[in-house]
Ligand binder design. Structure first.
Ligand code: ACO
Length: 325
């Protein structure tokens, strides 16, 4: 089956950096605790005028420039977020209007931290079945707006940001060829029975409020390591490769200890894992494309590389995609 390929990437971060030292002035925590338990050293927090859509638009423009395309080339926008500008319409339609894309398809995907994997897989399906030719796949979040800033067990973990890729249908990019670039295999999963381990305690149809993020961190941690290892093995098997052929793992950046444990289970050395959690903290759906763009722009991820993206988040939802660059 011909597959769509990534031809550009971009990202965006809010202006304000908040260090662990600054967090320690807000809640009873310390730089030592946060670094030791999570690997996080700082996060970016959206200020006045910065929203999920403004970050998404900046990331999307950077991705278009990188791909050498204009907004007129885009006929599909899939935006993953759990923190939309408004309950409706979809933030993707705001991005579409701001970029000047006319017609085409634009919608949001809600799968929290694995939202980007859900968005990528959905866009890939629409492109390979001929529904669209060129897609912007975006992960964008302002989790700072749903945090309980008095709850030290959650507020130190998250940050804001956006990442985007341009994904092109096999019809418009070079014809698919053996060993050529493209999305090689993807798997998605969900388990609604785990709702209470990670959720937001508000919403339009229940409390008519936005609500705050609630998480039972240690339980989420245990599920994350098991679920991620399992979905990674599925994708490796589907693609018919072995884990030592993977050049880079681009994981969801929730916690450095989860990244290390997952890589160990796959017998992949830490030098092949892209880590940005120290700089960005957990930016939910934005974390995978932000990390991917960082490693592409600094020259680590190169054409021809085999890249595994993976994430797990509220729902629970989880998934992974193997991509040849
Ligand atoms: N500063 C200082 N102490 C703290 C802090 C803090 N910020 N937060 C908690 N503590 C204390 C706790 O109260 C506890 O104290 P006690 O022993 O006196 O009761 C102690 O530190 C240990 O707390 P734990 O929660 O057991 O710490 P743990 O090592 O499990 O780390 C963490 C917590 C970082 C949340 C970890 O469990 C984790 O990363 N979980 C996974 C999160 C994740 O992967 N999320 C993914 C999806 S996110 C999404 O979808 C939106």
């Amino acid at each position: 089956m011909p597959s769509s390929r990534i031809t550009g990437s971009g990202s965006a971060l809010p202006k304000r950096v908040v260090t662990n030292a600054e967090m320690a002035t807000m809640v009873d925590t310390s730089d030592e605790w946060i670094v030791e338990r999570t690997g996080i050293r700082q996060r970016y927090i959206a200020g006045e005028g910065e929203t999920t859509s403004t970050l998404a638009i900046e990331a999307a423009r950077n991705a278009l420039d990188d791909a050498g395309l204009t907004s007129a080339d885009i006929d599909l926008i899939v935006l993953a977020t759990a923190t939309p500008d408004n309950t409706f319409p979809a933030t993707a339609t705001k991005v579409q209007h701001a970029l000047g894309c006319h017609g085409g398809i634009a919608f949001d995907v809600a799968a929290v931290c694995s939202g980007f994997l859900y968005a990528l897989t959905t866009a890939d399906s629409l492109l390979t079945t001929g529904m669209a030719k060129r897609a912007l796949v975006i992960g964008a979040e302002t989790f700072s707006r749903i945090l309980d800033w008095e709850d030290r067990t959650t507020c130190v973990l998250f940050g804001d940001g956006a990442g985007a890729i341009v994904l092109e249908s096999p019809d418009v990019s070079n014809p698919a060829q053996e060993g050529g670039p493209g999305v090689l295999a993807s798997r998605l999963h969900a388990d609604g029975a785990q709702h209470d381990l990670l959720y937001v305690d508000g919403g339009p149809s229940t409390t008519q409020t936005v609500g705050h993020l609630r998480m039972r961190g240690p339980e989420v941690f245990k599920h994350a390591v098991v679920n991620l290892a399992s979905v990674l093995h599925e994708v490796i098997e589907d693609a018919g490769i072995s884990s030592d052929q993977i050049d880079w793992i681009v994981p969801h950046q929730a916690n450095k200890r989860i990244l290390d444990a997952t890589a160990r289970k796959l017998k992949i050395g830490p030098e092949r894992v892209v880590v940005t959690v120290d700089q960005h903290a957990n930016t939910s759906a934005a974390s995978v494309p932000l990390a991917f763009d960082t490693a592409r722009k600094d020259g680590r991820i190169k054409p021809g590389d085999l890249v595994m993206m993976e994430a797990m988040g509220g729902g629970f939802t989880w998934g992974a995609s193997l991509i040849r660059m």
